[in-house]
Design a protein around this ligand. Structure first.
Ligand code: SF4
Length: 376
């Protein structure tokens, strides 16, 4: 029987010291700065919460890329949800999406204007609301990467009432890695892939990317030792110039992934091109409902008048907000002149300060790189 202390083996200080010692030796032997990118807010939370940057060598940069699904939701997508609320639909969404700015308003603003906006904890809860309110149109504003999209797909496949629709802002991570790896200014030499997403997709999905871009990928879990071990293995692959995929999360991730979940995902969704807020247009970066699901696709069912709520067809970021530059790996939250001043979790200016998976919010809550001047 599993012991309640089993999980502590992933937080064992001795093993952590051994891993960080090995990491220091690898990076020192490289004789240069190595830049790695992870694409997951949960990894940034683990790194910040457990103070792992203090255990990284100084000439190792572990940068957060476009790993927060709320942050990359484009402003015109928010405009669509705001417009639907203004047009009388009951818009249900996850809590982090409420204060995400659109081009003119957020859903929180729409709520203040009298719109029906509900925070839900799952897509099933939104379906329940639709069943309880048959006279209303209930729209689920769906966000999240492929992990969350599977839940949306499963609910649609199980049958939903006629008054339920989905407005998809789901995103597909592997496509964004392609875009970021092509931004040469970032100098990213290796990627840490999110273990939970890879649980669905399998680690094999990254093999074409690694071969095409000549960039190694390591799949990592979220405990401190998971992250340290993955960073160490990635540095080793970088140094050895081996553009391979390594699975450092074998207790959850297989090469093929979760077959039944993938079957559900691709029965309902298709990959299409779309803008990721402040970053770029990402070919194959958005998950949109397949045409067979037009009858539950809010974009097909309703005429969405975004102009009426101050929407715009392009992305208008708040002045001085550098979220896009941060998510592209070209700046850190502390480089933003608004960080911790005009922009705070209680008064977010940009998307990265809204979500608990946003790098600016994580750095504000836990702190960013440790200030080692006192102990140097
Ligand atoms: Fe944008 Fe605020 Fe982050 Fe600056 S601190 S980049 S304004 S979210």
């Amino acid at each position: 029987m599993a012991s309640p202390f089993d999980e502590l083996k992933f937080r064992d200080p001795e093993r952590a010291r051994a891993l960080s010692g090995a990491l220091a030796r690898e990076v020192e032997a490289a004789g240069r700065t190595i830049s790695l990118m992870h694409v997951c807010g949960s990894h940034e939370q683990a790194i910040a919460r457990f103070g792992l940057r203090a255990a990284f060598p100084r000439n190792l940069d572990v940068i957060m890329g476009p790993g927060c699904p709320v942050c990359v939701t484009d402003t015109p997508e928010v405009d669509e949800a705001v417009a639907l609320a203004a047009q009388g639909a009951r818009v249900c969404t996850y809590g982090d999406m409420l204060r995400l700015p659109g081009n003119s308003k957020s859903l929180a603003d729409a709520q203040s204007d009298g719109g029906n906006v509900e925070v839900v904890y799952s897509v099933s809860q939104a379906v329940d609301l639709a069943r309880q309110r048959p006279a209303e149109q209930v729209v689920f504003f769906a966000s999240g990467f492929e992990t969350t999209a599977v839940a949306t797909a499963a609910v649609l496949l199980s049958g939903v009432p006629e008054n339920f629709s989905v407005l998809s802002a789901h995103k597909y991570v592997p496509a964004a890695m392609d875009v970021v790896s092509e931004m040469k200014e970032t100098n990213i030499e290796g990627f840490i892939a999110a273990g939970h997403a890879a649980t669905i997709t399998g680690w094999g999905i990254f093999e074409p990317f690694a071969a095409r871009t000549r960039t190694p990928v390591v799949v990592a879990g979220f405990e401190p030792l998971d992250v340290l071990a993955a960073v160490l293995e990635l540095v080793r692959l970088v140094r050895a110039r081996r553009p391979e995929v390594m699975n450092c999360y074998p207790r959850c991730v297989s090469k093929e992934g979760n077959g039944p979940a993938l079957e559900k995902l691709w029965k309902v969704f298709d990959v299409v091109g779309g803008n990721w807020r402040g970053i770029a247009r990402v070919p194959r970066g958005n998950l949109e409902l397949r045409s067979e699901w037009d009858h539950v696709n809010a974009r097909r069912r309703f005429r969405i008048d975004t102009a009426a709520v101050g929407g715009a067809s392009r992305n208008v970021l708040a002045e001085h907000c550098i979220c896009g530059t941060i998510m592209s790996g070209l700046a850190k939250p502390s480089d933003c002149t608004l960080f911790g001043k005009e922009c705070r979790p209680d008064a977010p200016v940009g998307a990265c300060m809204v979500s608990s998976e946003g790098s600016c919010k994580i750095w504000h809550v836990y702190g960013g790189p440790p200030d080692l001047r006192e102990v140097a």
